[in-house]
Design a protein around this ligand. Structure first.
Ligand SMILES: C[S@@+](CC[C@H](N)C(=O)[O-])C[C@H]1O[C@@H](n2cnc3c(N)ncnc32)[C@H](O)[C@@H]1O
Length: 256
């Protein structure tokens, strides 16, 4: 296993310097965003607006960190909520198997908290009808409203290991405010994952109908936030591994 891990690590380092491979991946990302590739997938039946590579990264992070609370902004159809809830269910399952104890699926120590400004009624109904619903809480409102931020902080107080994912409004101002509100909740060693940082690397013509674009997006917010928050570092090893990701510079690890 040790030798296998060393080989993986060497390969990831080599891929990070492979200009041909990186150019092919960048081209795929640009063209696939234009073709709305990220809207093609579901997780346990719910549409999830993510790239499969980033979903795998989340699985690896969740297994490594074993959070008891995942906070995510941006629910949409609920796919990422259900994905994260199902990963937490697996953690509880594995823990019960290792401890040799019976698993009660209704006892859900690990939970997901989603925040969205507009939880459409058909999405809420579908999420609430899903078998993962008993480990999901949802709050409707803007993720940067002080009252919503206070509610999230109050909930987070009951948990020991917190992971945060930001995937709502992608303007610089909004994501910076989300980082200021929620990154402090991230536990040491855990992550704040900021999605759609890729906007900075794409041609502006792709976002003519959006309020975000080059110079005004999640990546510029991350850069700004990190200037005064050295407790976080960009985990470059994740994007070097994925090659295809919508979150370059977006996997932020809390170091202290
Ligand atoms: C990209 S989608 C989220 C996708 C979801 N995380 C997934 O992986 O399937 C963005 C969501 O952010 C929500 N949103 C937009 N502005 C927001 C705000 N100010 N606060 C909270 N949510 C917001 C939208 O309503 C939309 O549902």
């Amino acid at each position: 296993m040790r030798q296998f891990e060393d080989e993986v690590s060497e390969r990831i380092k080599a891929n990070a310097c492979d200009e041909g491979l990186k150019a092919s991946a960048a081209r795929f990302v640009t063209e696939s965003i234009q073709s709305r590739y990220s809207y093609n997938f579901t997780w346990l039946g719910r549409p999830i607006i993510q790239y499969p590579q980033d979903m795998i990264a989340m699985q690896e992070i969740i297994w490594q960190i074993k959070p008891d609370l995942i906070i995510e902004t941006g629910i949409a159809h609920g796919g990422s909520l259900i994905m994260n809830a199902s990963m937490l269910a697996l953690l509880d399952y594995c823990e019960a198997v290792e401890a040799g104890t019976a698993l009660n699926p209704r006892v859900t120590r690990r939970r997901v908290l989603g925040i969205d400004i507009d939880i459409r009624s058909h999405n809420r109904t579908a999420i609430e009808a899903h078998s993962m619903t008993h480990r999901i809480d949802m709050i409707q409102g803007s993720s940067i409203e002080p009252e919503i931020v206070d509610r999230v902080h109050a909930i987070a107080r009951g948990y020991k290991k917190v992971l945060v994912c930001l995937d709502s409004n992608h303007t610089h101002e909004h994501v910076l405010a989300e980082l200021q509100a929620y990154a402090p909740l991230v536990s040491k060693g855990s992550y704040c994952v900021v999605f759609d940082t890729i906007i900075e690397d794409l041609p502006n013509v792709m976002f003519t109908v959006r309020p975000w674009g080059k110079g005004n997006n999640p990546k510029t917010a991350v850069w700004e936030y990190l200037k005064s928050h050295s407790e976080f570092q960009i985990d470059k090893s994740i994007e070097s591994k994925l090659l295809i990701t919508v979150a370059p510079d977006g996997y932020l690890k809390r170091m202290r």
